[in-house]
Each structure stands twice: as C-alpha cells, then as structure tokens.
Design a protein around this ligand. Sequence first.
Ligand code: SAH
Length: 251
Amino acid sequence: MAIKSNIRLFLQNRLAPQAVFPLDEAQSHYLLHVMKLKNGDEFLVFNAEDGEFLAKIAEVNKKSLTICLKQQTRKPMSSPDIWLLFAPLKKDQTDFVIQKATELGCAKIIPVITKFTITDKTRIERFKAQAIEAAEQSRRLDVPLIEEAVPLTKILENWDKQRPLYFMDETGGTSAVFEAFLSAKQKNISSAAILVGPEGGFSAEEIALLRGLEFAHSVSLGKRILRAETAVAAALSCWQAIAGDWNTSDD
Ligand code: SAH
C-alpha cells in the first residue's frame, strides 16, 4: 500500500468519511493504467462542496474500481469571486488561458465573441476537462465554472452593475492596473471581472461602448503590448496580489 498524495481527483460524488462508491471508467483507467495504482493504494479526492478526502482503493474490477473514503484532509474552500471574460484565441493559446486562469484562482470563465475574435469554435467540453485537470494539479478545491460563449454586446447588456468589469485596454487605459485594483480593494469590492480582448484587440466601437458603461473600467497593463494570453495571466495575477487571495498569509 502506498499514499500517492500527488494524485488528486475531482469527483462530483458527495464526499464523506466511510463513503464507498465506484469510479467511472475514465477515472478508473487513469488511476490503474496511467498512474499504476493498485488495490489498497491511497490518493486524494476533492470537490468544492465537501473539501478534500483521503481515498483508498477498496476493490479492483476489470474496467472499474471502487474506492472507500477515509478522513477529510482539507475543508471546503472557494476561490476569490473573480471572473475572466476572454475572446477565444488559437487552440494552444486558449488552452493556456484556461489552464492559467484556473491555476490563478479564477471563479468563472466566460468566452466572449468580439468583432476581431478569430475563432467561432469554442470547445466548451475541452475547456471544462482542462479546468478540472488544472484544478487537480494546482490543489484548488473548486473548479471554475465555464460558460457557453456569448457575444460581448449581449453580456454587457445583461451585466450585474454591482460587479465592476475591468477591461484590459492597450490603447491607453484610463488607470494603471495597480491603481484600479487597489481602489477596488479599498472599496471592499471582492466580486469583479476582468475582460481581455482578442489578438487583434477590441474594435474602436467596442472600446467606445465599454468606455461609456458605468460599471466598466479601462485598465492599462503598461506600455508594452502583451499577447492576449499574457494579458490574462498578468491581469489575474495583479488582481490576486492586490485585491484577491494573495494578500493574506493564511492557508
Ligand atoms: N491590437 C493590438 C494588440 C491586442 S493585444 C495590436 O496588435 O496592437 C490583445 C489584448 O490583450 C488586448 O485587447 C487587451 O485586452 C490586452 N492587452 C495587451 N497589452 C495590454 C496592455 N499593455 N494594457 C492593457 N491591455 C493589454
């Protein structure tokens, strides 16, 4: 028997001490044939509602295995309420965005279609699988929600005005990212969203539209033009450091 605590599996089952249940075929395959676990081996399972538990393989059948949960190892904890709105990019860059946004503790990811968005193929199921994998690896307890792609104009029409939307604007954002996020922190704003444009940037009309909205704030990430996926990682990192959960020393 061995404890493989580097293996963490996101499960939608209700988790509780002594719970016993079978895993589905894909999860069983991963544990048995990819990670080479055996009967009696232990690893971690988690979800946002119940937290993290030590799990033990109780029975191995041909295609599936049954696990038995032991003690809770971490209590449930959700990520800061920061959302990411991004214009889908080419496949590799979009993969990067989903993975990094998950690692950086984003609560919800919404693909938005803007005028210069180059792809109309949004592979939501692929995004969800990648978010689960990144959550497992980064020791998150929750997995970001991934919504269906929506046109930018539509999401702006239905926006909850209590949630500030910081749109990253390389055409001369009205505030530097530090000032914008510090001001949110000082106003005790913990629910917000970050919007990053496509490779070609926002159109002049989109910038004009965004600038005219009371809840939207134009933000600069400095003088250099960043690639969209870099802008996502930079903006989320700044949020976590200034107004999110990087500014506490607790666990
Ligand atoms: N069209 C531009 C580049 C767009 S960069 C050009 O080629 O000149 C893609 C997206 O990243 C932008 O829409 C913006 O949201 C973000 N971005 C990149 N650099 C930025 C910066 N310095 N400040 C704010 N946002 C930036």
